[in-house]
Ligand binder design. Structure first.
Ligand code: GLU
Length: 293
């Protein structure tokens, strides 16, 4: 389902409060904010703070400060993912009842060992678009008895999407609408490239993929503008939207701001942090110029 064109556009900036914002975040936030202003649309802010071990109220407070300093205004209340775990759990349960999920017990080390053993036998083990080994079929192929036994023993586990079953259950290939600088194109989505993605983590509730599609739908987001690093993940989002019968926003994946060595900025890169630049005496206009707006 594609969101109706007549709808007032709704944009969002969705940072994770697990570190200070940098120039890349400033670009994302300003593009969303400016697009909302230019189209008479709405600009929402969402705190993707599901990873409770890494997200803090202090980082959240600095995000508000940085965005306000940039001159951006957003709607209140801000949606905080940590306050909506029940909504994500309910969606997870729906998928589980449809047989789309399985409990996954392998540790990262065990996945790597499996992949290396396969490669030693001469089969290159596939990697996902981010370069991580795909999850082996070990847990997917377990018998129900074995699964129940492991769950009852209290073994630590995540919940993964059974990609083969999920793809079989949908009709036809998936696409998304990408609005780029050169125009609007339809991109073919390839969720299978990600293998059996995690939808519920063993160390934190929900997963990025699950909560982002639930929230974009619940908040009525019509246009997602975010960094190019999430371009391929959109395939998983389109699959989940289709499985859950949620509307699909359009997407725009913007260029990334790179550091002097050509690497993507990270939250620990202090000198490109907005607060540090502000303390150095830069103005919001300087930030716009620095990110090429
Ligand atoms: N929370 C994600 C991040 O900070 C962004 C998610 C999105 O825009 O879809 O990278």
């Amino acid at each position: 389902m594609i969101a109706a064109d007549s709808q007032k556009p709704v944009f969002r900036f969705a940072p994770s409060p697990n570190g200070p914002l940098h120039l890349g975040h400033a670009l994302s936030a300003m593009l969303n904010h400016d697009a909302a202003r230019a189209t008479g649309g709405r600009f929402l802010l969402r705190m993707e703070d599901i990873d409770i071990a890494r997200c803090t109220p202090e980082f959240e407070a600095v995000i508000y400060e940085d965005l306000a300093w940039l001159g951006l205004g957003w709607e209140i209340p801000v949606r905080r993912q940590s306050e909506h775990v029940d909504a994500y759990r309910a969606v997870l349960d729906r998928l589980r009842q449809r047989g789309m999920l399985y409990p996954a017990f392998l540790t990262r080390g065990e996945v790597k060992a499996y992949a290396l053993a396969e490669e030693a036998r001469g089969t290159p083990w596939p990697r996902d678009p981010d370069g991580a080994y795909l999850y082996p079929p070990t847990d997917r192929d377990r018998s129900e008895t074995e699964r129940t036994r492991l769950l009852q023993s209290g073994a630590k586990h995540a919940w993964r999407l059974d990609m083969r079953r999920a793809l079989k259950s949908i009709a036809g290939p998936l696409h998304w609408i990408e609005r780029g600088d050169g125009g609007t194109v339809e991109v073919k989505a390839d969720p299978a490239a990600w293998g059996d993605v995690v939808l519920w983590r063993s160390d934190a509730p929900s997963s990025y993929h699950l909560s982002v599609v639930v929230d974009d739908a619940l908040q009525g987001i019509t246009e997602v503008i975010r960094g190019r690093d999430l371009f391929q993940a959109t395939a998983v989002h389109r699959l989940l939207q289709t499985l859950l019968d949620l509307p699909a926003p359009t997407y725009r994946h913007h260029r990334l701001i790179l550091d002097g060595d050509g690497r993507k900025l990270s939250k620990s890169a202090g000198d490109t942090g907005l607060s540090a630049l502000r303390a150095d005496g830069l103005s919001p206009l300087d930030i716009r110029r620095l990110v090429g707006l």
